[in-house]
Design a protein around this ligand. Structure first.
Ligand SMILES: Cc1ncc(C[n+]2csc(CCO)c2C)c(N)n1
Length: 227
């Protein structure tokens, strides 16, 4: 199966952060989801933190709507906000609900430092910078989970209890959204700075992408190092 096309800008950023990218998408937490060996309490703790993470990511994607320069950008970013708050979070609410954790408890959960660091870094990228700074910081999250979902759907143990989580990100609708986001970022780059490879802002944007990728590694690690 050929790899899906998540866009040229993403491919460049991913290629320049290859080692961290591998550490993120093949983290032991991910392998535990794939083969089913991840302890349930680690998974639940991760989902609680991730619920709060998604709240702040919905704010970041909303900031992207504010920083859009075209209606196309606004539509794509607004669709992502909708996907986040109305679909992706449903998995967290349902799974935690089955474990006796209420939605109010999720919303009020105390954020772990790794969670705080990541979400506030992304929000600050958008606050200090422009639409592209925000996208460079947001893409590791969107595309990383798409890659993880695809790979795990193809290679997971038949009896992993995490199949529903895997299917959420392997889902065709989600994969399509990632391709739309990737194509939008390519257009947004072209419109603002031309050829990314030769743009003066290339290094700054690369750094934002690499930092967010390392923060994803920190997020998985938090999931393994229980409080
Ligand atoms: C730590 C962490 N990183 C990435 C994702 C995945 N994710 C977050 S927002 C978004 C885009 C809209 O659906 C996606 C795919 C997650 N859940 N948790």
């Amino acid at each position: 199966m050929t790899a899906p096309d998540y866009g040229h800008s993403f491919a460049l950023w991913r290629g320049a952060a290859a080692e961290d990218w591998q550490g993120y998408t093949h983290h032991p937490f991910v392998e535990g989801l794939r083969d089913g060996s991840l302890p349930r309490r680690c998974f639940l703790n991760y989902l609680i933190q991730d619920y709060v993470f998604l709240v702040h990511f919905a704010r970041a994607w909303s900031m992207a709507v504010v920083k859009s320069e075209t209606l196309e950008e606004m539509k794509t970013c607004a669709t992502t906000v909708d996907a986040l708050v109305n679909h992706e979070m449903a998995l967290h609410i349902r799974t935690c609900g089955e474990a006796g954790i209420s939605e109010a408890a999720l919303f009020n959960a105390t954020e772990a430092p790794a969670n705080l660091a990541y979400t506030r870094y992304v929000l600050d990228a958008g606050m200090q910078g422009d639409f592209l700074d925000l996208m460079a910081a947001l893409l590791p999250c969107v595309m990383g989970y798409a890659e993880i979902g695809q790979r795990l759907a193809q290679t997971r143990s038949a009896d992993t209890p995490y199949a529903e989580w895997i299917d959420t990100y392997a889902d065709l609708g989600y994969q399509k959204m990632c391709q739309t986001v990737g194509a939008m970022v390519d257009q947004s780059v072209a419109r603002r700075i031309g050829d990314l490879e030769h743009a003066p802002r290339r290094d700054t944007l690369q750094k934002r992408f690499a930092t967010a990728t390392r923060l994803e590694i920190g997020f998985w690690q938090m999931g393994l190092d229980l409080p």
